[in-house]
Design a protein around this ligand. Sequence first.
Ligand SMILES: NC(=O)c1ccc[n+]([C@@H]2O[C@H](COP(=O)([O-])OP(=O)(O)OC[C@H]3O[C@@H](n4cnc5c(N)ncnc54)[C@H](OP(=O)(O)O)[C@@H]3O)[C@@H](O)[C@H]2O)c1
Length: 215
Amino acid sequence: MNIGILGSGKVGQKLGSGFIELGHRVKIGTRDPNQEKIKEWIKKSGDSASAGTFSQAAAYGQLIVVATSWNGTLEAIRMCDPKDLVDKNVIDVTNPLDFSSDGLPKLAVGYTDSTGEIIQRLLPEANVVKAFNTVGNPHMVHPEFPNGPPTMFICGNNDNAKKTVINEFLTKFGWESIDIGGIEGSRLLEPMAMLWITHYFQTNNVNHAFKLLRK
Ligand SMILES: NC(=O)c1ccc[n+]([C@@H]2O[C@H](COP(=O)([O-])OP(=O)(O)OC[C@H]3O[C@@H](n4cnc5c(N)ncnc54)[C@H](OP(=O)(O)O)[C@@H]3O)[C@@H](O)[C@H]2O)c1
């Protein structure tokens, strides 16, 4: 399928390359499609990779990924034509990080709202699925850990959209997936990302991921 990714950072590039490996075509959306890092990504990714404005990526994608920094997320979505996002599955990878003070970032929206819900409210006719936000980008695609596949927790209001994200991407990348319910579950998944980030700040190491153990 054609996938439009809003965001040219490490996440956009990593997931974009992973989707291309699965046989999809990807257009990365950005304020400046001629940035050197994007040209390099296209060069190494081949004919299935392209870049355009946020609006062009939204129009291109049959499925959309939001992978912008929190302070640019609403602006990036507002640069898209709303009709290009109607009835589409939208994977929200964002975390609402506030880097305004020293040390660890803070959760910009607190604990009674979440970016997953904010994006769903902004795009009421899209099917927003929160996914991939609780791990660092190096392990988003083909996470390889000695104790087997880690767990990706996802949420969203539309069951078919969540099944698509699990069956078409997460399982194929090698994740175990757990659906925790409606998009309000983002209020759990975004603080969970803060836990991942806190451990990263403490260890200066990205090689960790969550796994649910059972007996
Ligand atoms: N990095 C990770 O390992 C990781 C893991 C899990 C979740 N996340 C979350 O995923 C998202 C993307 O992270 P990232 O590290 O790939 O990149 P990032 O540096 O957080 O974001 C880069 C993207 O944000 C856009 N952006 C920044 N300010 C903007 C503004 N004012 N208006 C419009 N767009 C703006 C940039 O646009 P341009 O292309 O125009 O520069 C770029 O496309 C973040 O929300 C992050 O918290 C990151």
